[in-house]
Write a protein that binds this ligand. Structure first.
Ligand SMILES: [Fe+2]
Length: 373
């Protein structure tokens, strides 16, 4: 992600505009941000007489889409045991999004294809891995580098994770002028403690995924037998409650202000409870845009998602490049009645177009494109 716009002209100005983006829109207009490179490239703000989502019909494959992951059936018995059988719903060459309901695993798993970022939507328990043991809870991100051997030992109750599998190493964005402790202080990160796993002495099988295929490697002992480690490559955990969003009372910050992790050609953002902008002329809901350079996926985890009607926990929206999205009609007046949002949502923006899987098509809300009417 680039944070410097090297090619900017001074903005040209034509017709009815506001000189400060997202503030004091001309009466009766809707603002669209027409922008390259997410929200970092060359940009023009368009002041429109109608919302660009005010279509009456869409023919062809491109449209905003929505999926209800709660309705995904448990995977059919295949080569993945039910205790850890992720269902992929959207993917491209850089990132794959899965829904997984882990059970108590009596085997170990290793992903040789990429890093695994588990967002714990519901549940919690203990993770045993190469680096030791780490307890986890709802709202945690668990960042598991490629090559780590692990298993989940969930506690009681429903267990649901959004699994973001990255073909490249997952890193943190630069904080730049916000300083090293903004969004979260790195001291809130937890890492595994070297500790003997449960059942160290019985035979264990490691299910290694490489190029999507599973190879089983069996040992007469538990291979998670590390008694000490040192270094800066490990599994780590952060809870969304420890991420403190940056806000401005006077200006609607772009989604990029909520970036949590970076991978090659994609970014993971966290939208978390925060006060709304308080100044009268400042926009409170996201501006309209058509994602010129990014596909945009939002996973709704908790709270009331203020800019979307009819969306609840466990649902996903996918706004592909080339077609507009923005707040639902009721969201703009509704946002004026509240002074904060309690939403918890995870966004994945991808440079390369995503494809929906067969599993996603089975739980699609076909009417979503018409929900702006
Ligand atoms: Fe968006």
């Amino acid at each position: 992600m680039k944070l410097v716009n090297e090619t900017s002209l001074f903005p040209l100005r034509k017709g009815r505009i506001t000189r400060q983006a997202h503030v004091d829109l001309p009466e009766g207009t809707y603002e669209e941000e027409f922008a390259r490179q997410g929200f970092f490239g060359r940009t023009t703000h368009l002041y429109r007489a109608h919302p660009p989502t005010g279509w009456t019909d869409i023919e062809g494959p491109l449209r905003p889409r929505s999926y209800d992951l709660n309705r995904l059936a448990p995977p059919a018995a295949g080569d993945r045991p039910a205790a850890f059988a992720p269902t992929c719903f959207l993917r491209n060459e850089d990132v794959a999004l899965h829904w997984v309901r882990p059970g108590a695993m009596d085997f170990l798993y290793r992903n040789a294809d990429g890093d695994d970022v588990h967002y714990v939507h519901r549940g919690g328990g203990r993770l045993e891995c190469t680096f030791g043991v780490l307890d986890y809870a709802q709202g945690d991100y668990l960042v598991i580098p490629r090559g780590t051997t692990y298993r989940f030992l969930p506690g009681p109750g429903p267990q649901e994770h959004l699994l973001i599998e990255s073909a490249s190493e997952v890193t943190l964005p630069d904080r730049n002028q916000l300083g090293a402790h903004a969004l979260f202080d790195p001291a809130v990160i937890d890492t595994p403690e070297p500790e003997a796993p449960a059942e160290p002495d019985r035979p264990w099988t490691v299910h290694v995924k490489r190029r999507g295929e599973i190879t089983r490697v069996t040992y007469p002992f538990n291979p998670n037998d590390v008694v000490g480690w040192k270094g800066d490559l490990t599994v780590w955990r952060i809870n969304v409650k420890d991420i403190r969003p940056v806000v401005s009372p006077r200006y609607h910050l772009p989604p990029s202000a909520h970036s949590t992790f970076l991978g090659r050609n994609f970014v993971i953002c966290s939208f978390l409870p925060r006060p709304f902008e308080e100044e009268a002329g400042a926009m409170r809901v996201p501006f309209y845009h058509a994602n010129i350079d990014y596909d945009e996926v939002l996973f709704y985890s908790d709270g009331h998602f203020f800019s979307r009607e009819g969306i609840g926990p466990g649902m996903v929206t996918w706004h592909p490049q080339g077609i507009h999205h923005g707040p639902h009609p009721k969201a703009i007046p509704a946002s004026r009645l509240k002074d904060r949002t309690d939403e918890v949502a995870v966004m994945v923006d991808t440079l390369r177009p995503l494809e929906a899987t067969e599993a996603a098509r089975g739980v699609e809300n076909e009417a979503y494109w018409a929900s702006w009417k």
